[in-house]
Ligand binder design. Structure first.
Ligand code: ADP
Ligand code: ADP
Length: 239
């Protein structure tokens, strides 16, 4: 049961120096409830794949089937609707969280945009529930992003991503800007959430050790192409 199937995906960026094949004929699939680790050095095209899946870039060619529906063929309204099922967590929550909004407002915003709550009190209790789910103390509800450390900010990003109860989350370097001691906590949280909600992850990272114990399958990218793909235990099999 593949929740996501990427087929012959290409993304070219044109510049005055020519055409950059950022994603060059990439195919892979992810089974529902599993994690695919997408690894490779900086600049090889991982984030571009993440953005294509989110519908933030227009593909040059290829298909991205999400529950059988091609994201590449969706219009703006369909992409908007897709957000309820497909979310993203970014590397640097400080860059992706609005600095003028409180933690409570940031977590609750998708619920308002998608009209998932009708009354103020309902919004407030849902935000508090989400803070519980990600292990964030409610004393931060009226704080601003700069008042939190990196690990707590990433918990805010995760709570916001979870707010619409999605099936699939693109995790784009979610722990790369965190201290090593905090990385394990956030990875464990993501793992627990996956078990609890049956989430599917595309886990993008330049750090193979981060996905080693986390991914069911690993795909290795190099210069826009997939150069290796394997079941995780196969790739790390002791010889
Ligand atoms: P990674 O996530 O693996 O670090 P990216 O997907 O961010 O790699 O980038 C892949 C390549 O595409 C890089 O050479 C990058 O500079 C280029 N690139 C990414 N986004 C754009 C863009 N919007 N316009 C032009 N080039 C881009
Ligand atoms: P990140 O990988 O954390 O998203 P980047 O610095 O790679 O940060 O990219 C920041 C923004 O600039 C992104 O929107 C990306 O698409 C764009 N970008 C990246 N590389 C290029 C490039 N070579 N030319 C134009 N835009 C780019």
């Amino acid at each position: 049961d593949n929740i996501l199937e990427v087929r012959n995906l290409k993304k070219h960026f044109k510049s005055k120096n020519g055409t950059l094949h950022a994603v060059d004929d990439v195919s892979f699939s992810i089974k529902r409830g599993q994690t695919l680790g997408l690894v490779g050095e900086s600049g090889c095209g991982k984030s571009t794949i993440g953005r294509l899946i989110l519908g933030l870039h227009q593909a040059t060619s290829g298909e991205i089937l999400f529950n059988g529906q091609d994201i590449c063929k969706m219009n703006k309204a369909q992409i908007h609707n897709l957000r309820k099922e497909l979310q993203i967590i970014f590397q640097d929550p400080f860059a992706s969280l609005n600095p003028r909004m409180t933690i409570g407002e940031i977590i609750g915003e998708p619920l308002l945009i998608y009209k998932k709550v009708k009354r103020r009190a309902e919004l407030d209790s849902e935000v508090r529930r989400l803070m519980d789910v990600v292990g964030l103390s409610k004393r931060f509800i009226n704080s601003y992003p700069h008042e939190l450390d990196g690990g707590r900010r990433q918990r805010v990003g995760i709570a916001r991503a979870l707010s619409l109860n999605p099936q699939f989350i693109v995790c784009d370097e979610p722990v790369s800007s965190l201290d090593v001691s905090i990385q394990a906590q956030v990875l464990n949280l993501l793992k627990d959430l996956q078990a609890e909600y049956g989430l599917t992850y595309l886990f993008i990272t330049h750090d193979l050790s981060v996905v080693k114990y986390f991914s069911d399958k690993i795909a290795v990218m190099y210069l826009g192409q997939l150069v290796e793909g394997a079941e995780s235990d196969e790739l790390f099999k002791k010889t």
